[in-house]
Design a protein around this ligand. Structure first.
Ligand code: SF4
Length: 467
């Protein structure tokens, strides 16, 4: 059942544990995930190894983002002033509904019914494409992977590579079935697939007058926005149309243009395993007779100030959406992104979603982790995801009473508070050896995926007494 909780669209039922069980039984999905994540992991590791000041860069990235988060109000106002001075219109959206309404109104004012889109997590988070469709506006994704997802009515499963769960044979089938201008003899050769998409998209680029984007960074000092991408589709969207509307999360700010020096080294190495992104497009307001002449920026909260209130969790707002944590996560590698049932999958999703919508609305996500710490090691802005997960687990337990668990721990505390009681408990445990692999409810929820350790045949106390 899909539903909207808070203003972040996500799926609660079936919850993560059930989704994961279905996903791990899909051998093709696991193969696709393993191959794709291993390739990106390897490329990233090679590039990090050749960057001698990698740890200093990580440290700088975290410090710059923390500076912004500590003075977010001031940096937002500085950004707004500078963007307006350079000819942009700045709008503020508290939640997804308000953001979608602002974007819909702006498009309707142009009289257009078709728009092109740059890949953007913020617009996915607010369900913009569906909201526009309800108002009769068609939004065409132009990123190749997003195009594949849109044509197949699928959902993204990865932050950077949304169609990572698809192999090229599946992509060929999707193009043939859903892209009306796909060539009949299309093969699954990657070049042929890219060429088919290129021809399809070029027609859209040349005729569409409104584009929608997100932004990787918003520069407070200048009022400019930056989009980093690999295919050039973003550059086409950002330069050809007459109207450009950018939906930007308020945490995307960086103080100065010079700070890009740090992030443009961290981001490409961590996300796609490249030394630099093939296309970095920066635009600052309106440049007369060059590019879009009607530029709008929608600054989006949608739960980010909730995350900011959480002293441990606010570091999640440093995230630059590189997806390095997804690529190393043993849970993500086996379940894929759909199992998380939220816009942001993987380790970052397991903390960001509960922080934004409230842990009571996403209580399973903080438990979707082995706490191995691999995500923290690769994170370019040093987000201590395991610590935030542990804190959110505590919040999740507090948010929902667990009577059986509370009673169990109370009984354990009583047993451990005296020697006689503890000895009696150990003897009882030996007698209950038979439930080791299948305890009765409600303990069965625990033993379904774990074996209780076998109590020793001879307790240490007996052994000690004998000797
Ligand atoms: S949490 Fe870190 S590693 Fe994960 S997507 Fe964000 S910046 Fe990248």
């Amino acid at each position: 059942m899909n539903r909207s909780s808070g203003d972040l669209i996500w799926t609660e039922d079936p919850p993560f544990a059930e989704n994961a069980r279905t996903a791990v039984n899909d051998a093709q999905l696991r193969r696709n995930l393993r191959n794709a994540t291993a390739t990106i992991r390897q490329r990233r590791a090679g590039l990090v190894a050749e960057t001698p000041d990698w740890q200093e860069l990580r440290h700088a990235g975290a410090a710059i983002k923390d500076e912004v988060l500590h003075h977010l109000d001031a940096y937002l106002q500085q950004f707004e002033r500078n963007a307006i001075d350079r000819g942009a219109h700045v709008h503020w959206a508290t939640d997804a509904h308000e953001a979608n309404q602002i974007v819909t109104n702006l498009i309707q004012e142009t009289g257009q019914e078709e728009v092109i889109k740059v890949k953007s997590m913020a617009t996915q988070e607010i369900g913009l494409v569906d909201a526009l469709a309800q108002q009769g506006i068609s939004a065409h994704e132009t990123d190749l992977a997003e195009l594949i997802i849109q044509l197949s009515s699928d959902k993204p499963s990865h932050i950077v590579v949304p169609a990572l769960h698809r192999n090229r044979a599946e992509i060929r089938r999707i193009f043939l079935d859903h892209m009306p201008d796909a060539p009949g003899g299309l093969t699954d050769d990657p070049n042929a697939l890219a060429e088919a998409a290129r021809l399809h998209l070029r027609r859209l680029f040349l005729k569409t007058k409104v584009a929608i984007s997100g932004a990787n960074f918003a520069i407070a000092e200048t009022g400019g926005l930056l989009v980093a991408e690999s295919e050039g589709n973003g550059r086409m969207c950002l330069t050809l149309p007459e109207t450009l509307i950018s939906v930007v999360g308020i945490e995307k700010l960086i103080p100065t243009f010079r700070d890009l020096e740090v992030f443009l080294q961290l981001l490409p190495r961590s996300s796609t395993g490249e030394r630099m992104n093939p296309y970095n497009s920066i635009w600052t307001g309106v440049t007369p007779d060059d590019g879009p002449q009607d530029v709008h920026i929608v600054l989006l909260d949608n739960g980010r100030t909730n995350a900011l209130k959480d002293a441990t969790g606010r570091q999640a707002l440093r995230c630059i959406r590189c997806a390095a944590c997804l690529n190393v996560c043993p849970v993500y590698e086996r379940t894929g992104g759909h199992a998380y049932g939220a816009t942001y999958p993987g380790p970052i999703g397991a903390i960001l979603t509960p922080l934004m919508v409230g842990v009571q609305h996403a209580p399973q996500l903080p438990f979707a982790s082995s706490l191995c710490g691999a995500c923290y090691e690769v994170c370019p802005v040093k987000i201590d995801i395991p610590s935030v997960l542990v804190k959110l687990r505590r919040d999740a337990v507090k948010a929902k009473p667990h009577r059986a668990e509370d009673a169990t721990f109370q009984a354990a505390a009583n047993a451990m508070s005296g020697r006689r009681r503890w000895t009696a408990a150990l003897n009882a445990a030996r007698l209950m050896r038979f439930i080791r692999h299948g305890a009765p409810p409600p303990l069965s929820r625990w033993t379904r995926t774990r074996d209780l350790p076998d109590p020793p045949a001879e307790p240490f106390r007996d052994w000690w007494r004998k000797r």
